[in-house]
Design a protein around this ligand. Structure first.
Ligand code: XIL
Length: 363
């Protein structure tokens, strides 16, 4: 009797063991490597994966909506986006008592759905103004109310959605004096500081930048921007960073690029290379051709700038943003009406040598 039981028990163990063994053999066979699969496939390197700081592009909602290749490159390569035009006063505040949030909100949604940082450009500028501002009449108090309302309304609408604002754009001339604008004319020289205060009051968590161009070549303008930043810090005016547009060219001197980045960083503020493009035809030659030699020159310039930026303290690196994505989207062609190839992607969104220059600069 006991013998029989033992025998039945052993039979069961053997049966279960056989099933386990066969299962293991099947699992092992199924998990056998495909001989064609690469050993340890590496994830594709992109600008955002290679950079240790945010790497961004200025974008246009209509291109995101209508051009699949554009959408694909933006989504894949960048982890930060800047509004190229849609948050400018002329677009977002078309009438004194009307704001149009449609396109800005589109960018917010895109950014949230795709985990991109959104940088706002720009609250106060002398250009891209709505017609009504040019016809606006009233004393300095009326102007101040209008100026304050614009800043507060826009910053509040995007509170918690936009991480940083270019509060004032291009307030200086190359000679270091304040640019003659409607804002300066009606509000006085300290309007820049008040713009920062109003923005800060509307969203105490948002980062506030002063943004300007030609800081590489114009030492006087650069000094004026630096002095203003130091003055703001000493007066407790809330400023967190300086945006250097960096619309430069293949002929911009390396030392000018390096000095500008290092000097801006010496303020202790964050530095944003905010609108990077490197013109290959700044002389506006109508017969210009984008030769391999020019492409290589451009690559080296991108590399040098990225290397210089990469070496400032990490906590001051707000990021590098190119001014749009492919050469065909660049404002340079339409704005200056000239042939040019200033961006890291070509007209068909193929990577140019400039793209690889950036990757090399990030190493
Ligand atoms: C440019 C846009 O890229 C163009 O599409 C638009 O027609 C004009 O403005 N400095 C700035 C940006 O701060 O706002 C400008 O953008 C380029 C120069």
């Amino acid at each position: 009797m006991i013998k029989n039981c033992l025998f039945a028990f052993l039979k069961q163990i053997i049966a279960v063991g056989s099933i386990c063994f066969i299962s293991l053999v099947i699992i092992a066979a199924c998990s056998k490597k495909n001989p064609d699969a690469p050993e340890n496939p590496k994830p594709e390197i992109t600008l955002q994966s290679a950079a240790t700081f945010p790497f961004g592009a200025a974008v246009a909602p209509d291109l995101l909506r209508n051009r699949p290749a554009y959408l694909e490159v933006v989504t894949k390569e960048f982890n930060s986006i800047t509004s190229e035009n849609v948050l400018k006063m002329g677009k977002i505040h078309p009438e004194l008592n009307r704001y149009d949030w449609t396109e800005g909100d589109y960018l917010v949604n895109y950014a949230q759905q795709n985990k991109k940082r959104l940088h706002g450009h720009t609250l106060i500028w002398h250009s891209s103004l709505p017609g009504w501002v040019n016809n606006f009449s009233g004393d300095s108090i009326t102007w101040e109310v209008m100026f304050k309302n614009h800043i507060e309304t826009v910053v509040k609408h995007y509170k918690g959605k936009i991480i940083a604002w270019d509060v004032v754009n291009e307030a200086f001339e190359d000679d270091g004096r304040k640019r003659q604008t409607v804002w300066l004319q009606h509000l006085g020289a300290d309007y820049v500081a008040r713009a920062f205060q109003y923005a800060h009051a509307a969203d105490p968590d948002v980062l506030l930048f002063y943004n300007d161009f030609n800081l590489e070549n114009s030492v006087r303008k650069r000094n004026a921007v630096k002095q203003m930043a130091v003055d703001f810090l000493s007066r407790g005016i809330p400023i967190h960073g300086i945006g250097s547009q960096s619309h430069i060219s293949v002929n911009t001197k390396d030392t000018a690029i390096v000095n500008s980045i290092n000097e801006l960083a010496q303020t202790g503020l964050k530095v944003h290379i905010s609108e990077l493009d490197i013109s290959a035809n700044s002389a506006n030659d109508p017969n210009a051709v984008f030769t391999a030699e020019l492409a290589e020159k451009q690559k080296q310039k991108y590399k040098l700038l990225v290397q210089a930026y990469n070496s400032i303290p990490k906590k001051q690196q707000h990021g590098i943003t190119t001014w749009n994505v492919g050469d065909a989207d660049s404002w340079i062609r339409s704005f200056f009406k000239r042939k040019d190839w200033p961006l890291p992607f070509d007209d068909d969104y193929k990577k140019k040598p400039a793209y690889y220059g950036i990757l090399e600069g990030l190493k």
